[in-house]
Ligand binder design. Sequence first.
Ligand SMILES: [Zn+2]
Length: 327
Amino acid sequence: MTDDLSRFPILGPRERGSRVHHEVGLPGPALAGERWTVTSITGARPGPALLVSAGIHGAEYPAIQAAIETSASLDPATLRGTVVVVPVVSLPMFRERAMFTMPQDGKNPNRFYPGTPDGTYSEQLAWAFTTQFIDQADAYVDLHGGDMVEALEPFSICSGGETEAHRKSFEYAKAFGLPWLLVTTRPVQPSPGTTTNAAAVARGIPSFIAEAGGIGLLEAEPTALLVTGIRRLLGHLEMIGDAPPPPEVEPAVLSKFEWLYTPTAGMFYPTVAVSSEVQAGDVVGTIGSLTGQQLDEIRSPVTGRVLFLTTSPAMKENGLLMGIGVR
Ligand SMILES: [Zn+2]
């Protein structure tokens, strides 16, 4: 690939040793009139191009804040290569505080990558973001967390596979240093597209998702975990010289992400907390009716650790209850 200075042509010409805040329009008829805030930090010396995004889901605030802090704090004078930060990709979700799905089309944007140039809003945005940003990077980290009604244990997720991009994705996610690292070999939910990181790795760009924080709270601890992770990754890529040390305990690798759904609509009463260790067959919650009867008992089909838990009791049929990471 070309020198990092010539990447991301949509941002216009950049100079070495500069931090620039851009307001960028993206191609796609549904996206006309919108402007995305993007910060480029172009290092004084040539090197790799790292893309950092957040706000693919617009209510995951520690992720968004970690992107903002990274964009403001990296020093272009000592940086090798380029870092491009997009703190909020799904702007309509952020404005409307929309959980999971884009207001314009009701789609979960993280199930529609790499998108299409002529689809609905989410698909056009995914396509524009993929072609204008992801394809321009040597490495890509997408920051997430629990959504407005999800408590979450910090973890990273990357696609398992045999290519060089797969191998690097794992290596970079490990360097990021969150306590759990999920290596997935199949999508967690069937969908026409896939997640940002899976689409990126399929296009040869090493990529992973890092998740911390949840339930709509802007908290310092998960924000700092993500900021630290980005700096560790920058150190691993030899883009900065003053990276934080690796975590004392290496990330534990998980091989499967089991999502539990309720067969019945009603009130959800979990009997586990986020971060709980559960055994296969354990009761992890019950579903009650609006008249106080127990309708269902939910048991875990796997032994593992609760990585996220739906904190809202309001459940529709097939509502998502929790995600369990399995070693
Ligand atoms: Zn998310």
